[in-house]
Write a protein that binds this ligand. Structure first.
Ligand code: RP5
Length: 167
């Protein structure tokens, strides 16, 4: 697999460094799929101006998809989606003071009409990365080829384990 562009196409942002252990899965899968990305911390509540500036300039900087992870009262994905026209994928992070993660899930999922956030499962940053690649793959043949190889590998692993357990 090879990637032509090295300019970041996916922006991975999160509300706190404490989200990084979860969000690392998005980083890792984008590396596997050879999709160029950038990573930074942007807090909706603690650094609202930084969030606004990031969302406002992302498209002009060449970003095509934003992955935003946050926990608790997780307003980051929704607020970013309200500022940019780019697709935003929200990752609800189960933070340490979370009510089982429902706070994160519902605050990212329940967006008002007109401002969608594509919400993945709790802590599912890997799926957010794959979805971002799939969005880019609609207009990039190499990314599509990488995704097809990635999914073939997933299928092969299932076949392998099926053989192991079959009696
Ligand atoms: C949210 O609050 C962050 O996204 C994080 O999930 C949570 C806890 O943040 P820290 O107190 O660990 O910085 O804004």
């Amino acid at each position: 697999m090879s990637s032509v562009s090295t300019k970041p196409l996916v922006g991975i942002i999160m509300g706190s460094k404490s989200d990084l252990p979860v969000m690392q899965d998005a980083v890792d899968v984008l590396k596997t799929l050879e999709v160029p990305f950038e990573v930074t911390i942007v807090s909706a509540h603690r650094t609202p101006q930084r969030m606004f500036d990031y969302a406002k300039t992302a498209a002009d900087r060449g970003i095509k998809v934003i992955i935003a992870g946050a926990g608790g009262a997780a307003h980051l994905p929704g607020m970013v989606a309200s500022i940019t026209h780019l697709p935003v994928i929200g990752v609800p992070v189960k933070s340490s003071n979370s009510i089982d993660g429902w706070d994160s899930v519902l605050s990212i999922l329940q967006m008002p009409n007109g401002i969608p956030v594509a919400t993945v499962a709790l802590n599912a940053a890997k799926n957010a990365g794959i979805l971002a690649a799939q969005i880019l793959g609609t207009s990039d043949a190499q990314t599509t080829a990488n995704l097809i190889a990635f999914k073939a590998d997933l299928a092969a692993k299932v076949e392998e384990t099926a053989t192991e357990v079959e009696q």
